[in-house]
Design a protein around this ligand. Structure first.
Ligand code: NAP
Length: 421
């Protein structure tokens, strides 16, 4: 693997290792961390996040050896391909990495690079924390009630890419199979049709739901809510819910109880130290997040629901400029913001880098650098609550100072330095 792009001192062990059995990480003080800046505004928010994360690492006696790797348009320029194997290998090898957004044009002929990357590395859990920072304007009355972690299954569902285009021989074959052999006669209207398949496996569902329950137990969270549309999609989303309850009932003993047990056996009084697993239908859940925000703590759901749910929840705490995320699986972490590449703002040094910075915070937490991670969060909060914000928040508040992407990053660095001393 080429290491020409590593901006790092040569001395010292720089590779984050993981114990094969326990998965426990052994993190050096100056790890090599691959970074994909990404497309569109990725070239703005990527460097801004690096500046802030460097400052947090330095303030806590460490350093990050960044390794630029490429995907999307920058990879096409450099390697003439969208997702070079070298990029995938680097993330696999160095275990902990961060990426900006990658553009996926709507329409045929271009599969999502984000989906491809997550699938190639089998990063099956997309984890999106949604919490409010003081000073961030919000469309709801009490944004501080939102403190939610969404575990979104990352490899299955309609994102699996099993679909056929209208007018092709393949789609006619699938249509004939569905109608003639499976008996869904005259279910599909005549004329051009596109058909997709929605696979939801027991294996994929259970491993994601375990991650959510394990997280809830480790972080003293009260509930895990399985979000699904099983009333309509009985054998896919309904099965996800059923497998979720199976995991809860069969694998966690008395630490985890179902909502039915809570009422039948405990009269609604949750015993200390337990996690209650419940389920909600997705459309109801979207309104519950608005009306009964504080009742939800951890969500486990499938790929598409998770995408919708976390964007909507993100709006309640300040919008896409704020919402962080990270992908996990097999002892690896690829942090990335929830937002996309917002091409209309690309290269303008204008957008909010907070989502990318806070995704970096998730990465620092994963490395076990909790002091640095907390410093990042506190410094971002301090910056925003002092009225120093980018355009997206500036248009929602009275007064305040409108900063560019890079100026905002510098303001956060100043606060890191102040808070650390
Ligand atoms: P988007 O890029 O997230 O942008 C939608 C809107 O959200 C922007 O126009 C802007 O709103 C606001 N926004 C997003 N990021 C922001 C930031 N950092 N600071 C301030 N405001 C921000 O969504 P999209 O336009 O639907 O998607 C564009 C491309 O990104 C598509 O190709 C899509 O496939 C891709 N995408 C990639 C990922 C990923 O890489 N993980 C995720 C989602 C989408 P205003 O216009 O109101 O200012």
């Amino acid at each position: 693997m080429s290491d020409e792009l590593i901006e790092a001192p040569e001395d010292g062990q720089q590779i984050t290792l993981a114990d094969e059995e326990t998965g426990e990480l052994n993190v050096p003080e100056n790890p090599i961390i691959p970074i994909i800046h990404g497309d569109g505004i990725g070239t703005d928010v990527g460097p801004a996040a690096q500046t802030v994360l460097n400052a947090a690492a330095e303030a806590t006696g460490r350093s990050i050896a960044w390794m630029r790797v490429y995907a999307g348009s920058s990879a096409r320029e450099k390697y003439d391909e969208n997702l070079p194997q070298e990029t995938v290998d680097a993330i696999r090898h160095y275990r902990v990495a961060i990426k900006g957004p990658l553009t996926t044009p709507v329409g045929a002929g271009f599969r999502s690079l984000n989906v491809a990357l997550r699938k190639k590395l089998d990063l099956y859990a997309n984890v999106r924390p949604t919490y409010h920072l003081n000073g961030v304007p919000s469309p709801v009355k009490d944004p501080s009630a939102m403190d939610l972690i969404t575990f979104r299954e990352n490899t299955e569902d309609v994102y699996a890419g099993i679909e056929w285009e209208a007018g092709t021989d393949e789609v006619e074959q699938v249509k004939a199979f569905v109608e003639d052999e499976m008996g869904f006669d005259s279910t599909i209207h005549d004329g051009p049709v596109g058909i997709g398949v929605k696979p939801i496996t027991e294996f994929g569902s259970k491993r994601l739901i375990r991650e959510a329950i394990d997280y809830a137990i480790a972080n003293n969270r009260d509930t895990v809510t399985l979000v699904h549309k099983g009333n309509i999609m009985k054998f896919t989303e309904g099965a996800f819910r059923d497998w979720g309850y199976e995991v809860a009932e069969e694998e966690y003993g008395e630490n985890v109880i179902t909502e039915d047990e809570l009422w039948d056996e405990y009269d609604g009084e949750q015993p200390d130290g337990t996690v209650v697993v419940n389920d909600r239908i997705a459309d109801n859940m979207l309104q519950q997040l608005l009306t009964r925000t504080g009742e939800y703590s951890v969500i486990a759901t499938m790929n598409l629901n998770g995408d919708y749910m976390s964007d909507a929840a993100g709006a309640q705490i300040g919008g896409l400029g704020i919402a962080p995320g990270a992908n996990f699986g097999h002892g690896r972490c690829l942090a990335e913001p929830v937002h996309g590449s917002a091409p209309k703002y690309a290269g303008e040094d204008k957008v909010n880098p907070t989502a990318m910075i806070l995704s970096g915070r998730e990465m620092l937490d994963y490395l076990g650098w909790h002091d640095a991670a907390n410093l990042v969060r506190d410094a971002v909060e301090e910056t925003i609550s002092s009225g120093k914000v980018t355009y997206d928040l500036h248009r929602q508040i009275e007064g305040g100072e409108k900063l560019s992407t890079s100026e905002f990053a510098e303001a956060v660095v100043e606060n890191i330095e102040t808070l650390a001393n």
